[in-house]
Design a protein around this ligand. Structure first.
Ligand code: AKG
Length: 344
């Protein structure tokens, strides 16, 4: 059963009211800095709601809403059934065995394992991305129990923009199974930032041993930071950029989760994942959603220029088009999962 915290009009609702008042008053004091996240809107005129990160809804309790506003994530227990997760796992295995070919799918391999001649190629797969053409895997993105939470952040018109099944392998001794701390917005040329959300579902128990997600609560209230490849001795996986500088003293939360638990988080939340110290693969399935009335931005001259360049190099090999823009790479992959497709 899905977790349903008690709906009591408690101290949390009082704090929520206080927070709303505070946000109302602090609109004029949001600080500016040179980052493309600035094109986000704090409170666009089409959205009369007074909360910043969540929309008016009948689902989140005041406690949950306040938690997301303050921390930038919310964990919902037991949201995806064991049966569905087992089906996703089977489909992933069929894809790895090349029994099924999915148009547009990107298969990524761990940098340390893929160099080893002793490990079969399938065991090097650390992620598959862009599974929007896989009817079985894409079912995850349209699960009603996921979408009902997603729309608390995006509103009713929902695009599935980015799909991943992460298969963190047992670390090969080089610490390459780690995912550096990053903000997902670094990869996205669309805004407003607060109408984007990630759903990440554990496909088995995840804990500190097998490299669960680590988040810096409250970091979603900051701006988009500069990202680049971290200088790791053992190497870094392709496109695993990390925040260049973040406060090492910032409190961290390790999100230990059971199979089927799902965390929803904001695209500015600084997060990553640790090394997989076990012998098993740690699997999770994930989708980034955005309101379909988000719009594309030009990232030239911003901190996102480096990822744009890298994505366009990959796209030039993947698509047989003469020229393709960063926005096009997203428009081609995005799929409407609820409501109406407006501008993305
Ligand atoms: O599942 C993980 O280990 C981290 C995934 C992640 O943050 C990402 O791919 O952006």
């Amino acid at each position: 059963m899905e977790q349903q915290p008690a709906r009591k009009t408690s101290r949390a609702s009082e704090r929520l009211k206080l927070l709303i008042n505070h946000l109302d008053r602090s609109q004029a004091t949001i600080r500016a800095s040179r980052t493309s996240a600035l094109t986000s809107t704090y409170s666009s005129s089409s959205q009369p709601q007074r909360l910043r990160y969540t929309l008016q809804n009948d689902l989140l309790t005041p406690e949950q809403q306040l938690f997301y506003e303050e921390n930038g994530f919310i964990l919902i227990k037991n949201l995806v059934s064991e049966e569905d997760i087992n089906k996703f796992r089977k489909e992933f295995e069929r894809i790895c065995r090349k029994e099924v070919k999915i148009p547009g799918l990107v298969v990524m391999r761990d940098v340390a394992i893929s160099k080893s001649e002793f490990v079969p190629d399938q065991k090097a797969v650390n992620k598959i991305q862009d599974f929007q053409e896989s009817p079985e895997l894409f079912r995850y993105c349209a699960l009603p129990q996921i979408l009902k939470y997603v729309q608390c952040f995006t509103g009713p018109n929902v695009m599935a923009m980015h799909t991943m099944l992460i298969n963190k392998p047992p670390d090969a001794g080089k610490k390459t199974s780690r995912h550096p701390m990053h903000q997902d917005l670094h990869y996205f040329p669309f805004r407003p930032v607060d109408r984007i959300v990630c759903a990440w579902t554990a496909m088995e128990r995840v804990d500190r041993q097998n490299g669960c997600l680590v988040v810096l609560p409250g970091s979603h209230t900051g701006t988009l930071q500069e990202h680049d490849y971290p200088e790791w001795e053992g190497g870094v996986n392709k496109v695993y950029h990390g925040v260049r500088d973040y406060d090492p003293q910032h409190p961290r939360v390790h999100l230990e989760m059971e199979k089927g638990d799902t965390v929803f988080f904001h695209p500015l939340l600084i997060h990553g994942s640790g090394m997989n110290k076990t012998q098993g693969f740690r699997k999770a399935i994930s989708c980034h959603y955005a309101s379909s009335d988000c719009y594309y931005i030009d990232v030239k001259g911003t901190t996102q220029e480096n990822i744009e360049k890298e994505v366009l190099e990959i796209a030039a090999r993947k698509y047989t088009l003469d020229s393709i823009s960063f926005a096009d790479t997203w428009a081609l992959r995005g799929r409407l999962v609820q409501g109406e497709r407006i501008s993305l």
